[in-house]
Design a protein around this ligand. Sequence first.
Ligand SMILES: Nc1ncnc2c1ncn2[C@@H]1O[C@H](COP(=O)(O)OP(=O)(O)O)[C@@H](O)[C@H]1O
Ligand SMILES: [Mg+2]
Length: 250
Amino acid sequence: MPAILEAHDLTKRFALGSTEVEALRGVSLEVQAGEFLALMGPSGSGKSTLLQLLGGLDRPTTGSVVFEGRDISRLSDDEATRLRRERTGFVFQAFNLIPLLNVRENIALPFTIAGNDGNRGEYRDRVREVIALVELNGKENNRPDQLSQGEQQRVAVARAVVTRPSVLLADEPTGNLDYTTGGEILDALWRTCEQSAQTIVLVTHDARAAAYADRVLVIRDGRIREEITLGRRADHSAAPLIARLAQIGL
Ligand SMILES: Nc1ncnc2c1ncn2[C@@H]1O[C@H](COP(=O)(O)OP(=O)(O)O)[C@@H](O)[C@H]1O
Ligand SMILES: [Mg+2]
């Protein structure tokens, strides 16, 4: 099966005053449909930059990104915006919920923005479906300030997958959360992958989070240093990943 998402020899340089920062130094990867991939590395290694390029939020300096068979690295701004709205879902460290909207309305927001009524027909069914997926039944009418941090981030996950994107891109979604709450989010991501065959790319500095993935790419200084295949495992134990990282001195 062809990959759903491919990066070919990506580099990204940022101008910083009179100097330049080389955030990515030649990254190539493939993501298969239905796969849960983690990009793991320390702070400053280039993870967020890579995720932004993969999701069409930014363009590479050189190299290309092929998404569903189409080179997206040279899209116009309008085309890139449409692609992000229709084919990708994003979750960030900050929940970015709208305070005045309740859970159902926040989740239906992508439909509202597209001019559709999230309270009707298929849209309403999909909102219900993702509310169940992230286990927020009974909280549909709560506003964000009436939810725990973990519940708020689960709303963000539901909002990101309600449009059935080809790929869900998550950048440190557990970064602001304590251990237990972080686990809730990872479990919710895992369910979208298992139950809806959602393709996921998760960026994290945390081995425990990366251990939910089928495969882990370890990034250091803008390069992929290691690929670790964990396979699909229901227990999410981080021990095999940590052992492997220790073995190769990472
Ligand atoms: N917009 C930017 N302007 C200048 N430098 C940037 C910008 N974005 C990222 N960088 C730099 O690129 C490198 C990689 O950053 P980033 O991708 O955010 O790493 P990570 O997400 O792994 O912490 C860092 O040195 C960072 O300071
Ligand atoms: Mg980052």
